[in-house]
Design a protein around this ligand. Structure first.
Ligand SMILES: [Zn+2]
Length: 251
């Protein structure tokens, strides 16, 4: 299995990163994709991915940290992507849930990163929160762009629009909560060949680890729930989501 999106470079893992990776391996989660968030943290992410060959780096400017991003970070990102191995640009995107995040600045940085992804020929990892319409518009303006919508939230119709544009839909542990009925319904309807599975560790723990630090190993619980919801085999979902990640990220 592949954890399609996590943040193992975060300081939350500084004391036991080795054990966290070990636990993931033992659970069958052999590879992990690590999404970048800010210029200041790319070197840390790079170093960790050089240490563990089953971790794959992405570099980007995350909308949640929009205040920290400077215009020159965009040029630096392109240089960084050209010099260092990377499997995707990201995460980038739009977060319109939190009112304090400057929407115009987010839009500028997001669109600049989408153009950059086309130039450096990499897929994009997109964070879209209360912004599916705007994200979709930005993607539609750029034919040939590919990527994943991380921790997707929205309707099956919206998901289909993303899929038609060459995007994968990534689901996390939120499906393990019974009250998450909308996302559970969506999870039961998504085509298997468009599905990715992610932990988003250390964030977004599921029911079993509620209010604890999340870990890549726990995507096993997410796949178990998906198997029930979709009435498919665990192995079938695990294999398909792994193959989808390999196809998109060329790993
Ligand atoms: Zn993330």
């Amino acid at each position: 299995m592949i954890d399609s999106h996590c943040h193992l470079d975060f300081p939350e893992f500084d004391n036991d990163r080795e054990q966290v990776i070990q636990r993931a391996q033992e659970a069958g989660v052999k590879e992990m994709i690590i999404a970048g968030i800010s210029q200041a943290t790319w070197p840390r992410l790079k170093k960790i991915c050089e240490q563990y060959k089953n971790l794959y780096p992405c570099y980007g400017l995350h909308p949640y940290f929009i205040e920290a991003h400077q215009p020159e970070h965009l040029d630096q990102l392109e240089d960084f992507l050209n010099i260092n191995p990377a499997i995707a640009l990201g995460e980038c995107g739009l977060d319109f849930y939190l009112p304090e995040l400057d929407k115009n600045k987010q839009q500028e940085f997001f669109e600049a990163q989408l153009d950059m992804a086309l130039r450096v020929n990499l897929p994009v990892v997109i964070h879209s929160r209360k912004a599916n319409t705007q994200v979709l518009q930005a993607i539609q303006k750029r034919p040939g762009l590919r990527g994943m919508i991380h921790s997707f939230s929205g309707s099956i119709e919206t998901a289909r629009q993303f899929i038609n544009k060459g995007f994968y839909i990534s689901l996390g542990a939120v499906v393990t909560f019974e009250k998450a009925s909308k996302i559970r319904k969506l999870a039961s309807q998504l085509p298997l060949d468009a599905l990715l599975i992610e932990s988003d560790a250390p964030d977004q723990p599921g029911l079993k680890h509620f209010k604890q630090r999340n870990e890549p190993a726990y995507i096993v619980d997410t796949i178990k729930v998906l198997a029930e919801l979709r009435k498919e085999d665990f192995a079938e979902i695990a294999r398909a989501s792994e193959n989808n990640a390999r196809e998109l990220f060329k790993i």
